[in-house]
Design a binder for this molecule. Structure first.
Ligand code: GDP
Ligand code: IMO
Ligand code: MG
Length: 419
């Protein structure tokens, strides 16, 4: 069977983790294909809340196999902490989680370099998660990286060569650090990684495709953070788009099946960078409060604004989205009027086409729809949807030209309505 891909259409945190968990019973294999512990994927069920960073969100549904693919960057220390937290909560992983030998390792000095580069940028900083993502992908592309498979061959030499190079780079920055402490955690993390089966994941995934198994690829971040198509340079350092699943798992484009595009009924962003529909008023504050919009990795307040259909249409085009998933509908329960940006006004010219840059003066052109002002969190089926909510869904489907197949009305696994 073909591989289905689930990915974020906005600036991340759309609710990917929750939906992957909900969809996993229909799959045999769940894989991550890019990003690293910059991701924070939240799942809630049976009164418990879990935040996953590098481990795929299919890990809680029975004994489904989960794979960390070659496109991922893995921090051993954070991985160990994640594994231990899951094991402590009664979810042993070793048999159900495998790691690609071709995934790159985030070294302790990558994290330091991330911080040093950010401080040096001053006001122009990207607002990264500080997890070493950019420097690790930089080393991968410049052919200086250390991979998970290297743990098995000449590891010390490869590690020491990379660390020496990083230390030289760090001398250019006025930056104090305690590498010994970081290294202790890091090498304990390496021991933890060794407990897992390290695999040639491209073979495992392609064999699964051949054997008619169902594979779900879980994206991290979102299309607006893609290194090619996002709001560059305020992006992450990987391809978060559908094509990233091909390179991040080693699957051919013709083996991609459904592309689930996930978005919030409004829009958020963490870190710096342009955000045309951002709200700085009490409406934005209410979205932040009702949506509990604080980063699951850094705790930073997320910037909030109305849904941006210009950006969403662009994301749908780039990814070839076949089904839409709308999250956090319940956060809109409070609003008398719901706005959706249908065009940008740039220098007095109105455009519906996503431009080269969204920096500078962009005035969003809004469509306004009546709110439903009804508590949606207990709803179980679409028959219960208020008329105004159905009108909002119809409006979005007409604008975006893709059906909305799942609606989420709360953080819990059970608060998910299939249409
Ligand atoms: P991800 O990175 O895309 O997996 O998303 P995050 O987990 O970072 O952020 C989504 C947040 O919204 C989490 O705190 C979820 O528990 C929560 N969430 C997911 N779906 C819904 C929903 O439909 N309604 C509400 N109120 N919260 C939701
Ligand atoms: P999930 O998978 C939201 C943002 C950071 C910063 C930029 C670059 O949970 O949706 P990086 O550390 O990747 O170099 O930071 O990208 N960012 C995210 N924002 N959700 C994420 O992941 C993110 N991962 C990175 O805030 O603006
Ligand atoms: Mg997140």
């Amino acid at each position: 069977m073909k591989v289905d891909v689930l990915l974020g259409l906005q600036w991340g945190d759309e609710g990917k983790g929750k939906v992957v968990d909900v969809l996993t019973p229909g799959y045999d294999l769940v894989t991550r294909f890019q990003g690293g512990p910059n991701a924070g994927h939240t799942l809630e069920f049976e009164g418990q809340k879990y935040v996953l960073r590098s481990i795929p969100s299919g890990i809680f549904q029975g004994d489904k196999l989960n794979i960390i693919g070659n496109g991922v960057v893995l921090d051993p220390a954070l991985f160990k902490a994640e594994v231990e937290a899951l094991e402590a909560s009664g979810h042993p992983l070793t048999k159900r989680l495998k790691i690609s030998k071709k995934a790159h390792l985030i070294l302790p000095t990558h994290r330091l370099l991330d911080q040093a580069y950010e401080s040096a940028k001053g006001a122009g900083k990207i607002g990264t998660t500080g997890k070493g993502i950019g420097p690790t992908y930089t080393d991968k592309v410049s052919r200086n990286g250390v991979r998970v498979g290297d743990i098995l061959h000449n590891f010390e030499e490869k590690y020491n060569t990379a660390i020496k190079r990083h230390k030289d780079l760090l001398t250019q920055y006025d930056f104090d650090y305690d590498l010994a402490t970081l290294e202790k955690d890091w090498f304990e993390g390496i021991e933890c990684i060794k407990k897992f089966e390290l695999i040639d994941s491209e073979h495992v995934v392609n064999n699964a495709i051949k054997a008619e198994k169902k594979v779900l690829a879980e994206g991290a971040q979102g299309t607006m953070l893609d290194v090619d198509f996002g709001s560059y340079p305020f992006v992450t350092s990987s391809n978060t788009i559908c094509a990233g699943a091909c390179t991040g798992l080693g699957i051919a484009p013709r083996n991609i099946g459904e592309v689930y595009g996930i978005f919030k009924a409004y829009c958020t962003r963490v870190g710096s960078g342009p955000f045309p529909t951002e709200l700085f008023d009490e409406t934005g504050d209410l979205m932040r409060k009702n949506g509990n919009e604080f980063g699951s990795v850094t705790g930073r307040p997320r910037r909030c604004g109305w849904v941006d259909l210009v950006a969403l249409k662009y994301a749908i085009m780039i990814n070839g989205v076949t089904q839409l998933i709308m999250m956090k509908s319940d956060v809109m329960d409070a609003f008398e009027t719901i706005k959706a940006c249908v065009a940008y006004k740039i220098n007095d010219v109105i455009t519906e086409e996503f431009p080269y840059s969204i920096e500078g003066d962009i005035e969003p052109v809004y469509a306004e729809l009546p709110g439903w002002q009804t508590d949606m969190t207990k709803m179980q089926s679409e028959d219960e949807f208020p008329e105004e909510f159905n009108a909002y869904l119809n409006f979005l489907e007409e604008e975006l030209e893709v059906p909305i197949k799942i609606v989420s009305v709360g953080p819990d696994r059970a608060q998910t309505i299939l249409r």
